[in-house]
Design a protein around this ligand. Structure first.
Ligand SMILES: C[S@@+](CC[C@H](N)C(=O)[O-])C[C@H]1O[C@@H](n2cnc3c(N)ncnc32)[C@H](O)[C@@H]1O
Length: 310
C-alpha cells in the first residue's frame, strides 16, 4: 500500500465522536481493548481492527493511510477505489476542497421522514497532513459523518425530541404504521407522540405531566397520567420511552418488557447525568435482539432498539 511506513504499524480503524463526547467514546474504546493512537479532530485513529461502538457516530471499518503527493493523486486514489466518498475535514481545508471538486458529487440532502436512509455505498476520507490521506471505503453509517439530517417540522411538534424518534426509525428501516398500537413512556410535552400519531398509528402516551393539548387532541392519541415504571406490560407493536431516569431502573423496565413477550419492538433513550455508566450501556447491548447506538440527535444519551424474534 502506498505511503505506509515500512514495517510500521498502520491505522486500521477510525471512530467519529459526537461533538463534546470524545472522552466518552475514548473510554468505551479503552474498555473494548482498542488503543487510540491519535485524535484527528473528533476522529479517533487506531492501529487495532475495528470493533462495534455504541458511542461512535460512524466507524471507519477499513481505514488505510495513503501518500498523496498532489491533489490529483488523492482524487485518483479515491476514485480508483469506488465512486462515493464523504469528507471529514479538520485541517487543510483548501486542499480538501480541491480534492473534493475532483470527486463525483455525493448528495447529502436532508431526508423527508419517513424517507429511507441512502442505500448507496459510501466511504469516508480526510487529510491527516497535506500529503497524507486517511480513507476508508467502508463505514458503519449510511450518512456523511453520521449526520442524519431531516427536513424539520417547526410547526407541528411541541419539542425537537421527535428528531430522535425519526432518526432511530430511519436507522432501523421501519416505523409505526396505521393499525399498530404504540406506547410512549415519558411522553410529555408530546414530540414523540406527535411523530407516532402522524404516521397513523395509535398511541397511548404515559407521563406524570400532561401532553400539550394539540397533541392530546390528535386522532389516535390517548393519555394516561402516571409513572412509566408502573405500567404493567401489555400487548404493543412498539414501546417507546424517552423517560428521564437512571439507567439502572430503565434497564429493569426494559427487561420486564422484553421478558413479557408482549412488545414487538422497543425504542428507548438511555440518559446519563454526569458520569457515563458504561456498564449499564453494555448491559443494554447484551440484551439478545437489541442494539445500542448514539444518534446524531442524541445528547449525552444512547438509544436502545430491540425487536422481538417472531
Ligand atoms: C425528555 S422528556 C420527553 C420528551 C418527549 N419524548 C417529547 O418528544 O416531547 C422526559 C419526560 O419524562 C417524564 N418522566 C420523568 N419521570 C417519569 C416517570 N417516572 N414516569 C413517567 N414520566 C416520567 C417527564 O415528565 C418528561 O416529560
Amino acid at each position: 500500500m502506498t505511503g505506509v511506513p515500512a514495517g510500521g504499524a498502520v491505522i486500521r480503524s477510525a471512530y467519529l465522536a459526537s461533538e463534546g463526547l470524545e472522552d466518552v467514546l475514548g473510554e468505551e474504546l479503552r474498555r473494548a481493548g482498542v488503543a487510540v493512537e491519535e485524535w484527528h479532530g473528533r476522529l479517533a485513529l487506531s492501529y487495532d481492527p475495528p470493533v462495534a461502538s455504541a458511542w461512535a457516530l460512524d466507524v471507519w471499518t477499513d481505514a488505510r493511510e495513503i501518500a498523496v503527493p498532489s491533489v490529483k493523486a488523492a482524487a485518483d486514489a479515491l476514485r480508483a477505489m469506488q465512486r462515493n466518498w464523504g469528507a471529514y475535514g479538520v485541517a487543510h481545508h483548501r486542499r480538501m476542497a480541491l480534492i473534493g471538486e475532483r470527486l463525483p458529487p455525493v448528495k447529502a440532502r436532508a431526508l423527508v421522514f419517513p424517507q429511507a436512509a441512502p442505500s448507496g455505498h459510501l466511504g469516508a476520507w480526510t487529510l491527516l497532513a497535506p500529503d497524507r490521506m486517511l480513507a476508508s471505503p467502508t463505514k458503519t453509517s449510511p450518512f456523511v459523518n453520521g449526520e442524519c439530517r431531516f427536513v424539520e417540522d417547526r410547526a407541528g411538534p411541541p419539542s425537537r425530541a421527535y428528531l430522535k424518534l425519526w432518526e432511530a426509525c430511519t436507522l432501523l428501516g421501519e416505523h409505526p404504521v396505521a393499525g399498530q398500537a404504540c406506547l410512549d413512556l415519558g411522553a410529555s410535552p408530546g414530540g414523540w407522540t406527535w411523530a407516532i400519531a402522524q404516521l397513523g398509528a395509535s398511541v397511548v402516551a404515559v407521563d406524570r405531566a400532561p401532553l400539550e393539548p394539540r397533541v392530546a387532541a390528535m386522532p389516535g392519541v390517548s393519555f394516561r397520567q402516571g409513572s412509566a415504571f408502573a405500567v404493567v406490560p401489555e400487548p404493543a407493536d412498539w414501546v417507546f420511552s424517552d423517560v428521564i431516569a437512571y439507567p439502572g431502573p430503565l434497564l429493569e423496565m426494559v427487561r420486564r418488557w422484553v421478558e413479557s413477550g408482549l412488545a414487538g419492538r422497543i425504542v428507548c433513550t438511555i440518559k446519563f447525568q454526569g458520569e457515563t455508566d458504561h456498564d449499564a450501556a453494555a448491559a443494554f447491548a447484551a440484551i439478545p435482539g437489541g442494539r445500542v447506538m448514539h444518534l446524531f440527535h442524541n445528547k449525552h444519551e444512547l438509544t436502545f432498539a430491540w425487536r422481538r424474534a417472531d
